[in-house]
Design a protein around this ligand. Structure first.
Ligand code: UD1
Ligand code: MG
Length: 488
């Protein structure tokens, strides 16, 4: 039995040709995390002493990504993809060079199996340690085993060898138990076997799977652990499988949240990233996506038709038909329908942002309202203030952005232009249609528009014989307008 900490090798050098993508396969994402990121997360469950990712195709991008999301992992480059056995050999050499190889188990995983769980990696490791086997592999019974390596077992149930589909005869192809491509190895058995691999197969590659037969020849047992849920070993090779894996991941995430007390009216159209945090009694309406590190507090209702990315939503808030990115929405606030909250938006408690309102880098005080058709940029709005319909915060002079400060309990009249930089004091009013270019002191009324000029009889003179002229004449016959008589 080995007691030293395990090391993990993740194979991720392949090109993923069938993805037909400029992005390396293992960097495609589901549920807000890359495919290889999911595998690393599962591997982290066994707290490996080292994790070595074998990179090749798109290595610069893959390495940069790993530096960002999992800086604790190491990478080794495989220039030519000469087979899974060759890839593991390079990883083992790199681990040995780094002094990272002990007699602890070596776990090998594939970078393109995002549904693998930490629980299964832990089961694989404990089963391997308990059996004291040379190798323990994960297997699955598939209705359609085409394309996979087949697990050939002895009468006693140990694994005799693995035969790749393309190298298998009819009888072997009839076996439905397949090799998932995930293994635990005892280093003293793996290292010599890796040195004996040949390329005598249909693809002319060094097959990692051939170490199984070599271990059996030296009289060491190889075990296979069947995964109860074969979804876990689903590999992503093309966009169809990517979408299938995403749907399975979505269902897994959604079921977890529903069991934790989140209501979903339509789980099939509800997409929640892995880093999202939801409280009990949150309700998610159809076609809602919660992305990145979004959090939603108890009692909030989100959707329908809403996408929140890296947002924080307070208790009992309601967010309908909204697109929001890096925004904070207070408790009991109401947002939408059809609101667009851009980064740096902070909505106070019980505040309201209504239809066709865009906000960016702005704060709205507690209980304040921007109910209709407004743009609010680079502004600070105090509590209890009401911003009239169609008000625009004119923050950009064509060169620079400027800030606007609107105090507490202010009444901004409809269709006001607040030309920044400008400050409206607490309790002040602006008249509808004003263009406000100068600061307004607390409690003042600012009127920034031309007085109205009315020219009686203009239509009768300038648009004679029109429907308008006839309608006006009829109305004036009923009750002549003041000043109309002397203008005739
Ligand atoms: C492999 C197994 C097969 C198993 C299947 C499960 C071998 C020989 N066969 O086949 O028994 O049923 O996985 O999905 O191992 N890779 C490298 N460098 C290489 C070659 C591959 O890093 O030189 C990586 C790939 O990027 C991929 C993984 O190793 O992540 C598996 O390689 P792949 O070519 O997909 O092996 P399969 O033919 O699917
Ligand atoms: Mg494969």
């Amino acid at each position: 039995m080995t007691s030293a900490a395990p090391v993990v090798i993740v194979l991720a050098a392949g090109e993923g040709k069938r993805m037909r993508s400029a992005t390396p396969k293992v960097l495609h994402r589901i549920a807000g995390r890359s495919l290889v990121g999911h595998v690393i997360e599962a591997a982290a469950a066994i707290e490996p002493a080292h994790l070595m990712v074998v990179v090749g195709h798109g290595r610069d991008e893959v390495v940069a990504h790993l530096d960002e999301v999992a800086p604790w992992v190491d990478t080794v480059v495989q220039d030519d993809q000469r087979g899974t056995g060759h890839a593991v050999r390079l990883a083992v050499e790199a681990l040995a060079e780094a002094g990272a190889l002990s007699d602890g188990p070596i776990i090998v995983l594939s970078g393109d199996t995002p549904l693998l769980t930490g629980a299964t990696v832990s089961d694989l490791l404990s089963r391997h340690v308990a059996d004291d086997a040379a190798a323990t592999l994960l297997s699955a019974d598939l209705d359609d085993p085409d394309g996979y390596g087949r697990v050939v077992r002895n009468a006693d149930g140990w694994v005799d060898r693995i035969v790749e589909h393309r190298d298998a005869d009819e009888a072997t192809r009839a076996i439905h138990e397949i090799n998932a491509g995930m293994y635990a190895f005892h280093p003293a058995d793996l290292l010599p076997a890796l040195g004996l691999l040949t390329t005598a197969n249909d693809q002319g590659e060094e097959y990692l799977t051939d170490v199984v037969g070599l271990m059996r020849e030296s009289g060491r047992p190889v075990a296979a652990l069947r995964v109860p849920d074969s979804d876990e070993i689903l590999g992503v090779n093309d966009r169809v499988q990517l979408s299938e894996a995403a749907a399975l991941m979505r269902d897994r995430i959604n079921r977890r949240w529903m069991r934790d007390g989140v209501s979903m009216l339509d789980p099939s159209s509800t997409w929640i990233d892995v880093d999202v945090d939801l409280a009990a009694d949150v309700t998610l309406l159809p076609q809602t996506s919660l992305l990145g590190p979004t959090s939603v507090a108890s009692g909030a209702r989100i959707g329908p038709g809403t996408t929140l990315s890296a947002c924080e939503v307070g208790a009992d808030a309601e967010v309908r038909h909204t697109w929001a990115d890096l925004a904070v929405i207070g408790s009991g606030a109401a947002v939408g329908p059809f609101s667009y909250l851009r980064p740096g938006t902070r909505i106070g408690d019980r505040a309201k942002v209504g239809a066709y309102v865009e906000m960016k880098n702005s704060s709205l005080g507690d209980g304040a309202k921007v109910p209709h058709l407004s743009y609010v940029g680079d502004a600070e709005i105090g509590e209890g203030t009401n911003i009239g319909a169609a008000t625009i915060f004119v923050n950009y002079d064509g060169v620079e952005k400027h800030a606007t400060v609107v105090g507490r309990y202010v009444r901004i009249g409809s269709d006001t232009m607040l030309v920044a930089p400008v400050t409206v004091g607490d309790g002040a009013y602006t008249a509808a249609g004003s263009v406000i270019t100068d600061d307004v002191p607390p409690g003042a009324m600012a009127v920034g528009r031309a007085p109205q000029r009315t020219i009686p009889g203009w239509v009768a003179r300038r648009r004679a014989d029109s429907d308008s002229a006839r309608a006006a004449a009829e109305a004036l016959a009923q009750s002549p307008a003041p000043g109309e008589e002397e203008n005739r």
